[in-house]
Design a protein around this ligand. Structure first.
Ligand SMILES: Nc1nc2c(ncn2[C@@H]2O[C@H](COP(=O)(O)OP(=O)(O)O)[C@@H](O)[C@H]2O)c(=O)[nH]1
Ligand SMILES: [Mg+2]
Length: 151
């Protein structure tokens, strides 16, 4: 049960639909700890770096246009197995294939508008966190509930 950190982005569709709180609340309720959080407008350059692994795919342009289309909320969450736990809480990439109970399965319909990004591996988490946050913006702190969610 390794303590991990992962990058999350509340995407433009969730921002526009007034679901920032709902999306973050689901991660918090899971027991994950927010250790960095900000609202920002992603530049094209940042979006292309963030989605570099998808460069050349047919949906790349649409994806960059979408993620830069309005402000997003970017955060780092921490917890035991945070990368996989966040991905499970998000659901599948395609909301139509996501289990009910997941963020995408409860709140989304189509792959282009799937509400949330979460890093998919320790390597991508390290890369993506480094793109969005300086070391000093990531906070280490104790919560009284930590021993009740990860004892
Ligand atoms: N329109 C479209 N968007 C896609 C497709 N595949 C992936 N995407 C978008 O690109 C994002 C990144 O893809 P991927 O890393 O595979 O999925 P994720 O890690 O679950 O977000 C997804 O969240 C979708 O928003 C596709 O086939 N069509
Ligand atoms: Mg991905």
């Amino acid at each position: 049960m390794g303590l991990e950190r992962t990058l999350i982005i509340v995407k433009p569709d969730a921002v526009q639909r007034g679901l920032i709180g709902e999306v973050l609340a689901r991660l918090e309720r899971r027991g994950l700890k927010l250790v960095a959080l900000k609202m920002m407008q992603m530049s094209r350059e940042l979006a292309e770096a963030h989605y570099a692994v998808h460069r050349g795919k047919p949906f790349f342009e649409d994806l960059v246009n979408f993620i830069t289309s309005c402000p997003v909320v970017v955060g780092v969450v921490e917890g035991p197995n945070a990368i996989a736990v966040t991905r499970k809480t998000m659901g599948e990439t395609d909301p139509a294939k996501s289990e009910a109970g997941s963020i995408r399965g409860d709140l989304g319909l189509t792959i282009g508008q799937n509400l949330i990004h979460g890093s998919d591996s320790p390597e991508s988490a390290a890369y993506e966190i480094g793109l969005f946050f300086r070391q000093e913006e990531i906070l280490s702190y104790e919560r009284a509930i930590d021993r009740w969610v990860a004892g």
